[in-house]
Design a protein around this ligand. Structure first.
Ligand code: PLP
Length: 405
């Protein structure tokens, strides 16, 4: 395979550091990926040369900053195959994007209308809908999963009803790694007259995404999980729906005209972008998208799958290893427990050996309940992880397993 992982690794100064005197092996990519030098360079360049508030200035700096922000909007539009930049809304992240849809599209729902979620959703795709339930009296229904961690599609079909208004589902589970059949979900939901929000937080850096081919109504993701800066996210929304939706927040930038008697709102996408955006982060997101597409999402995905297959097979050789999520279509996310050992103990021992993994409920407590556990350890791979890191990880797991008895 023509995939030069060592070359890509050299883009990340942080990967050269040690922890507790051991080389860092970063396997917490589901939480946040690391940031390549060129993305950080864009942030620095923006602060050193172009920083000025966007959209309001006649002066050169403001126009430069605005041009950079709007260039990112067009770049993201092309990256995800949206029709128009009017459909690309910058948010603080996936969480804010889902809150925006639940609050704003939620205004169009009535008591008794139904929203379908799945058991494997992140809290970011549960709680905003519960807030809407408290406000509007909507009904939340939950799609269960099969033993391998794939969605129970028969149950999903059974939950669709004439009252279904929204289906909100993760493209990829942040715990199980399961890739959900979102194209099929969207097509079934549309037949039932519902709109679909796809939480793409765990998909965007690992799978080709084309919102028009998927026919998604809403698709959202976070920059910090795709080699970009923190503090920025994207909500894609179908223009015809965004047009109907009321503003989410009020303030500067989102208005056409303000008077105490009556205020009119700005055109899309600005209607949904109140206040000063993180224009520095947005400019750097452009570089992250260029970086990702420069390597290619497909080659990255093939590389990560190779690591997933290898690591899973080797982990299964460890006595008492329990892996959660074995669906045939999955991303490089491995959640596990060693026998009854506490996830925190396993994570702490791995940390002392230089391995950065995450432990706990992973913001998916209903999923933990369905799995019958309090928490799990999660190792997740990204474009810069290597086969030798995975070998070292498995070796460390053997050691940890024997330490934990
Ligand atoms: N949805 C999924 C599937 C996630 O994995 C995450 C974060 O881990 C989120 C939503 C929330 O993302 P953010 O914290 O960037 O808003």
């Amino acid at each position: 395979m023509d995939y030069d992982v060592e070359k890509y690794r050299s883009d990340y100064p942080i990967l050269c550091r040690t922890v507790y005197g051991k080389p860092l092996v970063y396997l917490d990519n589901t939480a946040s990926t690391q940031t390549p030098r060129m993305v950080v360079d864009t942030v620095t360049d923006m602060y050193y040369k172009h920083k000025a508030n966007v959209h309001r200035g006649v002066h050169a700096l403001s126009q430069e900053a605005t041009a950079m922000m709007e260039a990112t909007r067009r770049r993201v539009r092309d990256f995800i195959g949206a029709e128009s930049e009017r459909e690309i809304i910058f948010t603080r992240g996936t969480t804010e994007a889902i809150n925006l849809v639940a609050a704003s599209y939620g205004e169009l729902l009535s008591e008794g209308d139904e929203v379908i979620l799945t058991v494997m959703e992140h809290h970011a795709n549960i709680v905003p809908w519960q807030l809407l339930r408290d406000r509007k009296g909507i009904v939340i229904k939950v799609v269960p999963m099969l033993p391998d961690g794939s969605l129970d599609m028969d149950a999903f079909r059974g939950l669709l009803s004439p009252r279904t208004r929204v289906v909100s589902v993760a493209h990829v589970s942040n715990v199980l790694g399961t890739v959900n059949p979102v194209a099929e979900i969207i097509s079934l939901a549309h037949e039932a007259g519902a709109v679909v929000l796809v939480d793409g937080a765990q998909a965007i850096a690992h799978k080709e995404v084309d919102v028009r081919r998927l026919d998604a109504d809403f698709y959202c993701f976070s920059s910090h999980k795709m080699y970009g800066p923190t503090g920025v996210g994207v909500l894609y929304g179908r223009e015809s729906l965004l047009e109907k939706m009321p503003p989410y927040q009020g303030g500067g930038e989102m208005i056409a005209h303000v008077a105490f008697e009556h205020t009119t709102y700005a055109e899309l996408p600005f209607k949904f972008e109140a206040g000063t955006p993180d224009y520095v982060g947005i400019a750097a997101l452009h570089t992250a998208v260029d970086y990702l597409t420069g390597i290619g999402v497909e080659p990255i995905s093939a590389h990560e799958h190779d690591l997933l297959r290898y690591t899973t097979e080797r982990m299964m050789e460890i006595p008492r290893m329990r892996i959660f999520g074995t669906s045939p279509d999955k991303c490089a996310i491995i959640s596990f427990l060693i026998g009854d050992a506490h996830h925190y103990d396993t994570g702490m021992l791995l940390d002392k050996l230089g391995f950065a993994v995450r432990t706990g409920h992973h913001c998916a407590q209903p999923l933990m309940q369905a799995l019958g556990v309090e928490g799990v350890v999660r190792a997740s791979m990204a474009l810069y992880n290597t086969r030798s890191e995975c070998e070292a990880f498995v070796k460390a797991l053997h050691r940890v397993a024997s330490m934990l008895g």
